[in-house]
Design a protein around this ligand. Structure first.
Ligand SMILES: [Ca+2]
Ligand SMILES: [Ca+2]
Ligand SMILES: [Ca+2]
Ligand SMILES: [Ca+2]
Length: 274
């Protein structure tokens, strides 16, 4: 009886596999030569000649809700000034994605500081550079003039649980980095480097492809190491700190023994790489 049952199961398996291959083989979600009209979601630029989508990237999980978030750069957008550029942040969610969505409905956006900055030409997650468990991100504005004409500027925006808004000026970024010389075009590319020195804080890269320190337009790439938040201010003074930090990546915690207390920091065990 058992033998008969085994033969039956074998025949059934062959029939099922045969039907699968007869209908074009094992199905896969993505096929060759598929029109993007079948995409799950799409986003339109807000205005003509915005060139939105010049750069797109994951932002990591910037609000710590377990859904990864993403960035869309529109470096010729004029909302902050002619070609100041705008970068849109779209927060992840379980459902409700639709095609032909205007970027005006994004969860947050960031304008270049000045006309002609071309911010959003490069966008990327930075990983979690300050180890607070929220991923952080970078927006490059290679044509920004604050450090000299075309020196370029890159903005670091730290993740947070809430309070994201549209039409925010990049002048309110948590940190920014100028090119060394005029014409460097720093911020032409930006990326996370992962955690290159293994201290639990993600590190990041800024490219300045027109920098001439090595030779004319040899270019220069800068690595910035992630750091913990600055010491807490007490009575307007920066608190002097002598500390020992013990990283415990297996439970996603860092325990800092410092003058003034014991601080426990949660950091992302999962690393996001672009
Ligand atoms: Ca998220
Ligand atoms: Ca424009
Ligand atoms: Ca962070
Ligand atoms: Ca690091």
């Amino acid at each position: 009886m058992a033998k008969l049952r085994n033969i039956f199961c074998l025949v059934l398996t062959f029939v099922l596999l045969g039907s699968l291959f007869a209908f074009g083989g094992v199905a896969y979600a993505f096929d060759p030569d598929t029109s993007l009209s079948t995409a799950d979601t799409s986003f339109w630029g807000e205005s003509a000649i915005d060139y939105s989508g010049i750069c797109v990237a994951t932002a990591g999980d910037v609000n710590g809700d377990g859904y990864d978030d993403f960035l869309i750069g529109a470096y010729r957008n004029d909302d902050g000034g002619s070609d100041a550029g705008q970068t849109y942040l779209i927060l992840g969610k379980a459902g409700g994605w639709t095609m032909d969505t205007s970027l005006s409905t994004a969860d947050a956006s960031f304008w270049g500081e000045h006309g002609g900055d071309r911010s959003g030409y490069s966008v990327a997650t930075a990983g979690d550079v300050n180890g607070d468990g929220y991923d952080d991100f970078l927006i490059g504005a290679y044509a920004n003039d604050d450090g000299g004409s075309g020196a370029g500027q890159t903005y670091l925006i730290l993740g947070k649980a809430g309070g994201w808004t549209m039409d925010t000026s990049l002048s309110t970024a948590n940190a920014s980095f100028w090119g060394e010389h005029l014409g460097d075009y720093s911020g032409y590319s930006v990326a996370t480097a992962g955690d290159v020195n293994g201290d639990g804080y993600d590190d990041f890269l800024i490219g300045a492809n027109q920098n001439s320190d090595g030779a004319a337009s040899a270019g220069q790439t800068y690595l910035l190491l992630g750091t913990p938040p600055p010491p807490r201010a007490v009575g307007g003074e920066v608190y002097p700190i002598n500390k020992v930090t013990v990283l415990m990546p297996w439970i996603g915690l860092a325990v800092t023994l410092a003058l003034g207390g014991v601080f426990i920091t949660r950091f992302a065990r999962r690393r996001v790489r672009s």
